[in-house]
Design a protein around this ligand. Structure first.
Ligand SMILES: NC(=O)c1ccc[n+]([C@@H]2O[C@H](COP(=O)([O-])OP(=O)(O)OC[C@H]3O[C@@H](n4cnc5c(N)ncnc54)[C@H](O)[C@@H]3O)[C@@H](O)[C@H]2O)c1
Length: 382
């Protein structure tokens, strides 16, 4: 069996999720290749050495170029802030590596175009890590929509991605709050995920009919947060991204879209709530109860009709069957395990699996249309 060697760049939040997924993918899924977790990369030697030990990598590096240039590495896994994605991905494509890149693909459409051109030109397998597609309940929703379980026509896609981690005005001005690094705020960070699910479940978005964006807290303490005394830095910097965004739009197939992404919803931690209404029924999903999918069908007998909650853990359910027996529920980390399993299969087959960089680029176009609509207060066609 072929061995695929991975080089991963960035070792914090996503680095931890990805390290776990590289280790676990072959334990749950029958993969056509062995995975070797070869090199982990970060800028600080001491910290990356600690991460290497903790996360289970063979060696570490402090310059991502050394991994991209390493002929022994087959896969480049990008887990760094958004301003680095384009440069790393283009270099990795030129070296013929398969690339898994965290979302959003880039900071803007121009960068995403460059990345997509590079992977196409080099014909390398590529994927954007929109891990929520591989939740068994979402995979079931996709299957049910395709089968016509909620009807031939879809009328509404409503999605809300709500968090509250920057509600505190003393939360420091980290990279996610700086446009130069992140490209945008709630829009690229979390709206991107529900846009990806919209495109996956319902279809292409044709226009943004109206968007509102707001930066509620305009200035925040600079990130040299005084950890010893627990006081925020006295110096403040300007927040240059949106704190929240909401918008309505249309899909090519005539359905209406209604999306909201915010990091200011007190009590909401990682609330990804979807409702899709069709001509014969509806589907509902909430990530905070991710093993379940709600389903209402107008074909049920009138006297017992109502939303039913499907526990998506049966062997008939895609991805779920790879994990545990029915009722033995899965969590956040499994979404990455399932994503990486599909990516490894794609590399061996030599054909990218969705969401590809092309999907990431289309996603960026929607994000840009939302930002433009918020700025101009006009409708924006895709
Ligand atoms: N799929 C998801 O649901 C999901 C969730 C969170 C974050 N993300 C995405 O993952 C990416 C990383 O986010 P995170 O939350 O892990 O960020 P983070 O701040 O927790 O970690 C970033 C890591 O990148 C490293 N890094 C930064 N610049 C580097 C460079 N030039 N060379 C090498 N290493 C560098 C940092 O040292 C750190 O280890 C972002 O693009 C983010 O949008 C995706």
């Amino acid at each position: 069996m072929k061995t695929l060697r991975v080089g991963m760049i960035g070792y914090n939040f996503m680095g931890k999720a990805h390290s776990n997924a590289w280790r676990q993918a072959g334990r749950f899924f029958d993969l056509p290749a062995r995975i070797e977790m070869k090199t982990i990369c970060g800028r600080n030697l001491e910290a990356v050495e600690r991460a290497k030990e903790k996360l289970g990598w063979q060696i570490c590096a402090t310059d991502w170029r050394s991994i991209v240039d390493d002929r022994d590495i087959d896969i480049i896994d990008i887990c760094t802030p958004n301003d680095t994605h384009a440069e790393i991905a283009v270099a990795a494509a030129q070296m013929g590596k398969a690339i898994l890149c965290e979302k959003p693909l880039a900071r803007n459409v121009a960068e995403a175009e460059r990345m997509t051109d590079a992977v196409k030109k080099a014909r390398v397998v590529n994927m954007v890590c929109h891990n929520y597609r591989r939740i068994p309940a979402i995979a079931l929703a996709k299957k049910m929509i395709k089968r016509g379980d909620i009807g031939e026509r879809i009328f509404h896609y409503r999605a809300r991605y709500a968090q509250d981690w920057i509600l505190d005005p003393n939360f420091p001005l980290g990279w996610r709050l700086q446009n130069k690094i992140a490209g945008s705020g709630a829009n690229g960070d979390i709206d991107a995920h529900i846009i990806d699910l919209a495109r996956y479940l319902v279809g292409e978005i044709s226009e943004v009919c109206g968007a509102a964006m707001e930066t509620f807290i305009k200035e925040r303490p600079l990130p040299d947060f005084d950890k010893t005394r627990g006081n925020p830095s006295k110096k403040k910097g300007k927040v240059t991204v949106d704190d929240a965004v909401s918008w309505i739009g249309r899909f090519k197939n005539g359905a209406l879209a209604n999306l909201e992404a915010t990091r200011f919803a007190a009590g909401r931690k990682n609330h990804i709530a979807l409702e899709i209404n069709g001509s014969k029924g509806s589907l509902g999903f909430d990530f905070e109860d991710m093993n379940r999918l709600d389903f209402f069908s107008t074909e049920d007998p009138q006297d017992t009709r109502g939303f039913r909650s499907i526990l998506v853990t049966e062997p008939q359910h895609d991805y779920a069957r790879a994990f545990w027996p029915p009722g033995h529920i899965i969590g956040y980390e499994h979404t990455f395990v399932a994503t990486f399993a599909d990516f490894v299969k794609a590399i061996v087959a030599g054909k990218s699996v969705q969401p590809t960089f092309e999907d990431g680029l289309q996603n960026e176009r929607v994000l840009a249309a939302v930002a433009e609509s918020a700025k101009t207060r006009a409708w924006v066609k895709m």
